[in-house]
Write a protein that binds this ligand. Structure first.
Ligand SMILES: [Zn+2]
Length: 427
């Protein structure tokens, strides 16, 4: 089946392309890009006035299956991803059971085969995420794990971290680290600062994150392979990553929309939908992260999509689980707050959602508009108004801090492997 996407504003950060033209899809591959294309008999999608970008990739989501399907399933998470403009997502291993065996990886891939977007399993670094015994890296890689992470936990023992990083390096596999020193983290629930003191809540200091970011950078610098730092939340972490990259250390980093757009000042009025890990930090931290995005010192955006049931989030600041949903708000939020405001150009935005994630995952057929690449496209309407309404989410999670936000700019069509995974009705 061939499909001609006509008259779109084609954006390809790799080649610097930003021009109006057509793109022809043949089955699950891109056949031709740019200019006016004649394709007799092909289906046709009119994209005039829309941005046509290589499919967006979110390398950090929690889809809760197997085990916690009341929060989310692979199918509902994938539908939320498609609605949010994503063609590929990488699912973290803190499911129940943990994705620490080829059997669990196979289970996820089987469910993913029926999902509307591509779902790639990330396997644990240690069995049960317990930070004690390494997983069988080769077996998990063979089963289809695309990266390794103990996200939500963090390996504290440096000798063990060296061992798992070396195992991943020898397979040319990516390690993603949720950087958290458990001693410094303690039983914290919000950023350690004036807010924590005023509310008399245990605080999470910046050093809990930065200590481990520094450790991981040191290990990557010692030849133990590349490491990807998940969800940077402090200016100190951003500085450490920027400085390491200048020295040529193989470290990459991601930042979430909420750490860019929200601060701890909103937590008191907002409640548990503003409770996540790492926590919302100070206004200075958020400003430093935006500056690092602008300077190219942070590679990618990622949502850390973490759905929870309403009753779980209703338990109060100390007891409610960490995490918020993000798949259906991330692209409109950043289009409105970073692109429309000209903090970053559209090309850089697409690079951070598509080109760089594909490079980090070493997916040569994604993140690009080129003949032969996957027919994965994200179509954006930069002028489409949108109000965040959790009741309309495809995700089973409603736990967003952005409810009621009015935004301009949104994904309107998501094409995965040449097939339409989601299409908005024109407004
Ligand atoms: Zn995490």
């Amino acid at each position: 089946m061939r499909t001609l996407v006509r008259n779109g504003r084609l954006i390809d950060p790799r080649s610097g392309m930003d021009e109006v033209g057509d793109i022809l899809l043949d089955g699950d591959r891109i056949e031709a890009v740019g200019g006016r294309i004649e394709a007799a008999g092909a289906g046709s999608i009119e994209a005039s006035g829309l941005v046509v970008a290589p499919g967006f990739i979110d390398i950090h989501v929690h889809l809760r299956e197997p085990g916690q399907t009341h929060k989310e399933t692979i199918a509902t998470g994938a539908r939320a991803a498609a609605r949010g403009g994503f063609t590929s997502v990488c699912a973290m291993p803190n499911t129940s059971p943990v994705n620490d065996s080829p059997e669990v990886t196979a289970y996820i891939l089987k469910a993913a085969a029926g999902a509307v977007v591509r779902v790639f399993p990330i396997a644990a670094l240690t069995r049960g995420l317990r930070g004690e015994e390494p997983v069988d890296f080769a077996a998990l890689r063979r089963a289809g794990a695309v990266a390794f992470s103990d996200d939500g936990r963090c390996i504290q023992d440096e000798a063990l971290m060296k061992k798992v990083m070396a195992s991943a390096r020898d397979l040319d596999a990516l390690v993603i680290d949720h950087c958290e020193d458990q001693g410094l983290f303690g039983n914290g629930v919000v950023n350690d600062g004036p807010l924590a003191r005023r509310l008399n809540l245990p605080g999470i200091p910046a050093s809990a994150e930065e200590t481990i970011v520094a450790r991981d950078i040191r290990l990557a610098g010692e030849g133990l392979g590349r490491v990807h730092i998940a969800h940077l939340s402090t200016r100190g972490s951003a500085r450490l990553v920027a400085e390491a990259r200048r020295r040529g250390v193989p470290v990459t980093a991601e930042v979430t929309p909420h750490h860019l757009l929200l601060t701890e000042n909103e937590v008191e009025a907002g409640g548990t939908n503003f409770k996540m890990n790492p926590p919302l930090r100070s206004a200075e931290d958020a400003a430093a992260l935006i500056e690092a995005v602008r300077n190219g010192e942070i590679d990618v955006f990622a949502t850390d999509h973490a759905p929870h049931a309403a009753a779980e989030k209703a338990r109060g600041m100390k007891e409610a689980p960490f995490g918020i949903v993000g798949l259906e708000t991330a692209v409109p939020l950043l289009l409105d707050r970073l692109v429309r405001t000209e903090i970053i150009p559209l090309l850089r935005f697409v690079e951070m959602w598509s080109t760089r994630p594909a490079e980090i995952m070493k997916w040569a057929d994604k993140g690009r508009l080129e003949p032969g690449a996957a027919a994965d496209l994200t179509l954006l309407d930069l002028n489409r108004p949108m109000t965040v309404d959790p009741e309309r989410f495809s995700s089973l999670g409603r736990n967003t801090p952005f409810a009621g936000w009015t935004l301009r700019g949104a994904p309107v069509m998501t094409i995965v492997g040449g097939r339409t995974a989601h299409a908005e009705v024109p407004c």
